[in-house]
Design a protein. Structure first.
Length: 148
């Protein structure tokens, strides 16, 4: 049986990954998280190409937490590709970014993001924001598909 990956965390900042994983661990969600460090790897994982070609252990996540400032392929391009492909467009995507630019917010919604969250600078607020996101998108939100 495949391991269930409920959260795909696409984040290149090691400190933010560590904080997010701590919040997931506190809420018993950490074993259901796949962390990817750049936009290219995220797309390869989701579409089964590149380093994930032929791998049968990939599963569709229930939610993608996506940073915008990513190496190789930025978050907006990742979002655009996810939302423009029929096999991934129904996966909820939450942008989690430190960007304060209105243009990033507007572009994200134009590309089909489901939610946009500015990362809190405060440690405890960051932990709480990740906890709430995880609980909402995994327990409250309903999606029109299941992992098989």
């Amino acid at each position: 049986m495949k391991e269930i990956i409920e959260i795909l965390l696409v984040e290149d900042n090691p400190s933010d990954v560590k904080l997010a994983m701590r919040a997931f661990e506190k809420n018993n969600l950490a074993n259901k998280v796949q962390v990817l460090r750049d936009g290219e790897e995220a797309l390869e994982y989701l579409f089964g190409t590149g380093r994930y070609a032929g791998k049968t252990d990939r599963v569709r996540p229930k939610v993608i937490l996506l940073d915008l400032k990513l190496p190789i392929i930025d978050g907006h391009e990742v979002l655009k590709r996810i939302k423009s492909d029929p096999q991934t467009q129904m996966i909820p995507v939450v942008v989690m970014t430190s960007s304060t630019y209105e243009k990033d917010l507007v572009e994200s919604y134009q590309l089909g993001v489901n939610s946009y969250v500015q990362k809190p600078v405060d440690f405890e607020q960051f932990i709480e924001a990740v906890r709430q996101l995880g609980l909402y998108w995994l327990l409250v939100n309903k999606v029109p598909y299941t992992n098989e």
